[in-house]
Design a protein around this ligand. Sequence first.
Ligand SMILES: Nc1nc2c(ncn2[C@@H]2O[C@H](COP(=O)(O)OP(=O)(O)O)[C@@H](O)[C@H]2O)c(=O)[nH]1
Ligand SMILES: [Mg+2]
Length: 178
Amino acid sequence: MGIKSAFYKICIVGDFGVGKSTLLHQYLERRFISNVQSTIGSNFFVKHLKIPNVKSMVTLQIWDLAGQDHFKWVRQAFYKGAKGIAFVFDLSRKETFEHLASWIEEVENTIGIVPRILVGNKLDLINPDERTIPEQDCLTYKQKIKACSYEETSAKSGTGVEKIFYNLTREMNKKFRN
Ligand SMILES: Nc1nc2c(ncn2[C@@H]2O[C@H](COP(=O)(O)OP(=O)(O)O)[C@@H](O)[C@H]2O)c(=O)[nH]1
Ligand SMILES: [Mg+2]
C-alpha cells in the first residue's frame, strides 16, 4: 500500500486576547512571542504531522483570524471547509469561558458539527489553588459540547500546546478516514 496523505483545515476560535495567535506561534516556532499580532500577518499556516499507528502524513492548514476577530462576516467565510475547530478561552478571564457558547453556536450555524477540542490557555497566569474556573467545570463543558478532549495550555511556556493539534488530528482521522 502506498503512502496516503490527509489534509485538514482547522480553525482556532475564541474571544479576542485569549492567546489564539500566540498558541499558534508557539506550536509552529516553539517559542513565545509577546506581541504576535504584528508578526502574524497572513491568514493560515501549514504544518505536517505524523500520527503513530497511522501510516500516512497529515497536513494541517491552520487558520487564525489575525486581528479580525471583531468582524462576524469575515468569520463566517473563515469557517468554511474546516474539518476541526479549537475553541480557546483564557483561564484567567472567566467571561471568555462564558462566551464559548456563542462561538460554538456561530460555528455550528455556519458549518454544522465537526470535531472540536476545548482549550483553556494562559495556565501560567493562574494559581491552581484559586481558580476562578474550576477544572471540573471545564471537563463538564467539554462533555457537554462533545469535544474530543480538554487541554490546559500555556502559549508562554509551551505546556500542552502540541496536544491541541495532535488530539484534534486524531479525532479528525477517526471521523474522516478509514
Ligand atoms: N502569560 C501568558 N500570556 C499569553 C499566553 N497566551 C497569550 N498571551 C498574551 O495574551 C495577549 C493576547 O494574545 P494573542 O495571541 O494576541 O490573542 P488572540 O487575540 O486570541 O490571538 C498577548 O499579549 C500574548 O502575549 C499565555 O499562555 N500566557
Ligand atoms: Mg490573534
